[in-house]
Design a protein around this ligand. Sequence first.
Ligand SMILES: Cc1cc2nc3c(=O)[nH]c(=O)nc-3n(C[C@H](O)[C@H](O)[C@H](O)COP(=O)(O)OP(=O)(O)OC[C@H]3O[C@@H](n4cnc5c(N)ncnc54)[C@H](O)[C@@H]3O)c2cc1C
Length: 401
Amino acid sequence: MESGRVHIVGAGPVGLMLTALLQSVEGLSVHLYEKRQDYKRTRMVKLASYLVADSLESYRTDHIDGGNIDAIFDLPELEEGLAFRRAIPADLMALLQELSQGFCPLNTIERSLSNLIDARSSNTVQRTSTAMTAQNAEAMLAPGDILIDCTGCRSLLRNHLVPGHDEAVGGDNTVSIRLEYAIVITFLYGQQYVCNEYCKYHKNVENTEYKFIPAVHRTFYDGNISHVTGIVNITAEDYELMPSQFDGQWLRENFPGIARSMDRFIDKIKQETHGEVIGDLEIVRIPLVLYRARNATSRAWRSGEFNDHPFAKSPVFLLGDSAIGSPYFQSISLGFECATYLAGLIAQRDLPMDEMLGRYEMHTYKQWVRVYMRSKMIKLNKDLFEIIDQPDALLEKLHIY
Ligand SMILES: Cc1cc2nc3c(=O)[nH]c(=O)nc-3n(C[C@H](O)[C@H](O)[C@H](O)COP(=O)(O)OP(=O)(O)OC[C@H]3O[C@@H](n4cnc5c(N)ncnc54)[C@H](O)[C@@H]3O)c2cc1C
């Protein structure tokens, strides 16, 4: 039934990861489509250590995530995930181990995966430089081909996976929850610097609003240089008044209250560790949103009524930000995790299509529940932290029974 042709649209980190996983599967020919000419996104991102876990214990080390994993996944599912991870080719696993050591520029992840794919002697990947359209994606499919949409948060196919639910009629294949608005402030600091929850508290003591919160594990050492990334919660009105990217000077001139909080925090780092900020601050404003595709596959096209549609004869999957988006630096890891699972399914060449679609839907849903639970817990902790010295406000937020 399967043709062996796999089309991956979007060569961002997740599309490249899936390509690198499938490249060495016997009998598959992988076609990778990308519209960008070069990898230019330099923002620092962090991969989760569970991506390279070689045991169930090391998969569950995050203290918020660990309990959720036990609640959501059955043991055989976790063991299957482990088996899929153990099947990751050695060169790719070595690269993941290196990349998950600490912060990395996003384009370092993209370039190193891309180079790994090109350098392999069994390079069977055909790359096409194009901005794919949904119509072209449908038209290129031969029955039994597999199509995977890795085109990011503005997914090419999310609104085409359910008959009748295309963009023209509103495209409601997305569940979206906005957690907060925030600015993300990144800078280099010329000393080693570690920040735990005590540090976050004491350096924010005088900040009654706009607390500066370096995310947990958000610093890593590059010799004596630390990369610091902090989140500051802002209001919807603040968000509307800010450009999408700006520097420290713009913040000081236009939002002195936020700048004072941030500067107080940075001054305390300096007093403690006697270093200096290197260069300027890079700041982006972002809505922190959790979302998922209600349907992450083309399963809905496979009822008798739509038998002739290309998506009924060829399985289509959403992967990475195309399927699920999450804040607090979790998304790429989640995309890589789902890519490993999907590659594990595709590698089972005799797996019936309906079973493959059903298992991927279920897995994606469980990963969504996992990231939803962890994100809500982080958000609640952040909210409580904002009012930690105001007992009445704190009690108002607490729901103990
Ligand atoms: C400020 C900021 C900080 C972040 N920090 C982190 C972090 O620390 N950790 C983390 O895990 N995540 C982080 N993220 C999120 C992370 O960047 C995304 O989750 C990740 O890039 C998603 O990867 P992806 O491959 O699914 O999609 P994308 O990175 O969006 O890649 C999609 C690719 O598809 C291509 N494409 C799109 N449409 C088409 C088309 N029609 N035809 C051909 N090609 C197409 C695009 O050019 C692109 O190359 C951060 C995001 C922001 C904004």
